[in-house]
Design a protein around this ligand. Sequence first.
Ligand SMILES: NC(=O)c1ccc[n+]([C@@H]2O[C@H](COP(=O)([O-])OP(=O)(O)OC[C@H]3O[C@@H](n4cnc5c(N)ncnc54)[C@H](O)[C@@H]3O)[C@@H](O)[C@H]2O)c1
Length: 174
Amino acid sequence: MFKKIDKPRIAVIGLGYVGLPLAVALSEHFVTIGFDTNHRRVAQLLDGIDQTLEISTAELTQSTLAISHCLDDIAQADVYIVTVPTPITDANQPDLTPLVKASESVATVLSKGNVVIYESTVYPGATEEVCVPAIERSCHLRYNVDFFAGYSPERINPGDHEHRVSDILKVTSG
Ligand SMILES: NC(=O)c1ccc[n+]([C@@H]2O[C@H](COP(=O)([O-])OP(=O)(O)OC[C@H]3O[C@@H](n4cnc5c(N)ncnc54)[C@H](O)[C@@H]3O)[C@@H](O)[C@H]2O)c1
């Protein structure tokens, strides 16, 4: 049975066009840490530089968002939000490798009662058919018993500073 998490600590996995603005917005309300496997990206963000130009240096330096490339640093999170890329293969098929790798990483730090929310763009069914099984294969926790999952499709429009992540209504599931 899912128990309400009173003061969720949030980890955002993948700090690109989607993940960084989301993490910065969430950090205004919750303890939030952003995680990215790209050490160079992490170093730049820690220096206040967002090469995607979605977040200004002033916003980054004033934000309480913590940023890391170290998995141990996100181990205390209650909610994991996955915003890694979903490229396509040469045959125009979705390449879910980054999502599977991110799911396996999350699995190594996942605890009972945690929630994993996928925000990357995928086809219907991919969350329960590909992502959640990747977690279950990599840890001893069971879906909908020990941990829970959701899907929250990203609707941002890069470069549009008028309609930002906190202004966009969307349909989510969990
Ligand atoms: N950019 C957009 O306009 C937009 C709009 C709607 C939906 N989306 C979707 O959102 C998702 C993210 O897109 P984006 O544009 O932010 O991508 P991006 O390439 O800008 O950023 C992705 C980040 O994830 C990191 N990453 C990759 N694998 C990782 C892993 N295993 N663990 C941790 N970090 C990892 C990368 O280093 C990179 O910094 C994609 O599925 C995309 O289709 C993007």
